[in-house]
Design a protein around this ligand. Structure first.
Ligand SMILES: [Zn+2]
Length: 309
């Protein structure tokens, strides 16, 4: 097998899909058209290069809080490795439409109101659901059903409220119109997907690398003592992984922002992909049989993952 860039022999290990040619340093990846050059390959500078610097990042993390006091002293460091890890950076634009119950409606959405709706419904037959109110009303059906289970006390106060409800209706405010609000949450991501299957459990969740500071990858400029790992996740697999993870992230953000989401839908577009090599520290401790793992971005000093803390 030959490097598509310089023609030198390349010897990918079984399963490897992203490798760096040892002769010319170009990135080569296995895709549907065989081994091809990676169009764009970048690298982040190694800034946190010494064990002491890593320790000064880890110590306050491990010793924070009363429960964790002396955690680091009581733990045994089992492993501490620095290497360049390949991440596919997938540009994804997400457009998320959310339909949520609005806050006014939530306040009004008491058992009393729901029971009242049941009373009125019972009296009016299907008529209430007609016309422009139908849309908002349909979504309430379950709440109304639940309210029937409340028994007579709910119904009694419902009856008491009847006058004010009719006045409310008389003001021309459609009940359905006030119930929901549609929101749009758009976001663009340069989403990192770790290109090593063995490191999937350390896949960044909502982490942003310092992409402004990246440079074109040139293996001859990297310190010889730090390993540059090859990847075994293809570009196509990374694209579909990025879509799945961005979809989940958008849903999480929506749930953090809005209560009572009734509908959510995300449209995703995948754009450019590049391979970013990031110097990463993996540090593992044993604390009385329990493992603590920290994954630290050796460019920014930030923690990408922490497990067991
Ligand atoms: Zn080459």
């Amino acid at each position: 097998m030959k490097c598509p860039n310089c023609g030198a022999p390349i010897a990918p290990k079984f399963g490897e899909m992203v490798i760096t040619c040892e002769y010319c340093g170009s990135g080569v990846t296995l895709g549907s058209q065989g081994w091809t050059n990676i169009q764009k390959q970048t690298v982040l500078d190694l800034k946190i290069a010494s064990v002491d610097e890593v320790d000064s990042i880890i110590k306050p993390l491990m010793d924070k809080g009363l429960l964790h006091r002396h955690l680091q002293e009581d733990s045994t460091r089992e492993e501490m490795n620095l290497s360049y890890i390949p991440y596919w950076i997938v540009s994804v634009s997400a457009r998320t439409s959310v339909v949520a119950a609005n806050e006014m409606a939530q306040i009004g959405q008491t058992a009393t109101t729901a029971a009242l709706m049941g009373v009125i419904l019972g009296g009016m037959g299907g008529g209430f659901g007609g016309g422009g109110r139908g849309g908002g009303f349909g979504g309430r059906r379950r709440a109304i059903g639940d309210a029937w289970g409340l028994g007579t006390s709910g119904l009694r106060s419902g009856t008491f409220m009847l006058g004010s409800f009719m006045a409310f209706g008389g003001m021309g405010m459609g009940y359905g119109g006030g119930m929901r609000k549609a929101e749009q949450m758009d976001a663009n991501y340069n989403f990192p997907v770790v290109a090593l299957k063995a490191l999937m459990e350390y896949q960044p969740h909502n982490y942003v690398f310092n992409l402004e500071g990246r440079q074109l990858f040139d293996i001859t400029k990297l310190p010889k003592s730090v390993k540059v790992l090859n990847g075994d996740v293809s570009e196509d697999a990374a694209k579909s992984q990025a879509k799945t993870l961005v979809d989940q992230l958008q849903t999480e953000k929506a749930h953090a922002k809005y209560h009572m989401i009734q509908q959510i839908h995300t449209d995703l577009d995948v754009g450019d992909v590049e391979l970013l090599h990031v110097p990463i520290w993996f540090v593992r401790y044993d604390h009385k049989g329990k493992k603590i793992v920290l994954v630290i971005d050796a460019n920014s000093g930030a923690v990408i993952n922490s497990m067991g803390l």
